[in-house]
Design a protein around this ligand. Structure first.
Ligand SMILES: C[S@@+](CC[C@H](N)C(=O)[O-])C[C@H]1O[C@@H](n2cnc3c(N)ncnc32)[C@H](O)[C@@H]1O
Length: 285
């Protein structure tokens, strides 16, 4: 196995990934090689004569085969960057998306550095809850999810970033999950990236999503959860408390109306980095 040139292995891998329909196959091949060779290796940008050590070649072939089957890169790596932090991810949770960082920005701008009680409804990997806890040292996060397996990932991520004492996982269905009764009417903020993909949208998503990410994390089981989210938030937030939710492209105006009907004021939508209205926020009247 030794003696194979890294450059040739990369070219072969890129061809395999391209034939499997992977976008940017040359870049992905380089990232996979860097992953299996180690972050300090120069092999991902090899010189003419760099040979691939046998153990690296075996790991590279395994990783390329997984990616050829359209397994997400984040699952092969076992982690994903979000808000400047590295999160463990796996089949139990949605892989954190960059556009969700907008929700963290909004929560942090509202919460500031002082004491705050914040609910992350549908926490998944805990990326939002943990990022807020790390950046807002006075905040306590209540991380709710239907999925016990997701909450295990969330707890591991909270421990990884040293905020396990301020990120409390709560299993259950939205506001029925069993938050401590004494928080009712006293929450400072509620953030949520709920499932909002329609069944029709799901059917045409990339194989990386359809085959490997939990459908329940993306497609609501009954109706879109914004109305129950807002009704519960009105009951659990203190007056002036923040509700901020991520929304699908083209849905911001409809969700803003749901918040207004539920009694929120200063309702507005905020764009993500691509300029798409991505977060709808309002404060409890
Ligand atoms: C779109 S994912 C968001 C995960 C994570 N917050 C993020 O932004 O990457 C939605 C999450 O909500 C959870 N979920 C779906 N329906 C729920 C419900 N009725 N109550 C609580 N959690 C729910 C799913 O299990 C999933 O983890």
């Amino acid at each position: 196995m030794t003696g194979v040139l890294a450059r040739r292995a990369l070219a072969e891998a890129a061809a395999l990934l391209a034939s499997a329909g992977v976008e940017e196959p040359a870049r992905e091949a380089r990232l996979l090689l860097r992953l299996v060779a180690g972050p300090r290796s120069s092999l991902a940008v090899p010189g003419e004569a760099d040979a691939l050590p046998g153990d690296v070649r075996v790991r590279f072939e395994e990783a390329v085969a997984r990616r050829q089957a359209r397994e997400p890169f984040a699952h092969i790596a076992g982690e994903k960057e979000f808000y400047g932090l590295t999160f463990a991810v796996g089949p139990a949770v949605l892989i954190p998306r960059p556009e969700t960082e907008r929700l963290v920005d909004e929560a942090l701008a509202f919460v500031g550095g002082g004491a705050a009680e914040v609910v992350d409804m549908g926490t998944g990997s805990g990326c939002i809850a943990v990022a807020v806890a790390v950046r807002a040292p006075g905040a306590r996060l209540w991380a709710v999810d239907l999925s016990g397996a997701a909450l295990e990932v969330c707890a591991a991520n909270a421990a990884r970033h040293g905020v396990a004492d301020r990120v409390v996982t709560i299993p259950g269905d939205l506001w029925r999950a069993g938050l401590p009764a004494e928080l009712e009417g006293r929450l400072d903020a509620v953030v949520s990236n709920p499932p909002y993909v329609t069944a029709a949208e799901w059917a045409v998503l990339a194989p990386e999503v359809r085959l490997y990410e939990p459908r329940r994390a993306l497609v609501p089981e009954v109706a879109e959860p914004y109305a129950p989210l807002a009704e519960g938030a009105r009951q659990w937030l203190r007056p002036g408390g923040l509700l901020a939710c991520e929304v699908g492209a083209g849905r911001a105006e409809g969700v803003a109306e749901v918040l207004r009907r539920a009694g929120f004021r200063d309702v507005r939508s905020l764009p993500d980095l691509a300029g798409v209205p991505r977060v709808v926020r309002g404060v409890r009247a």
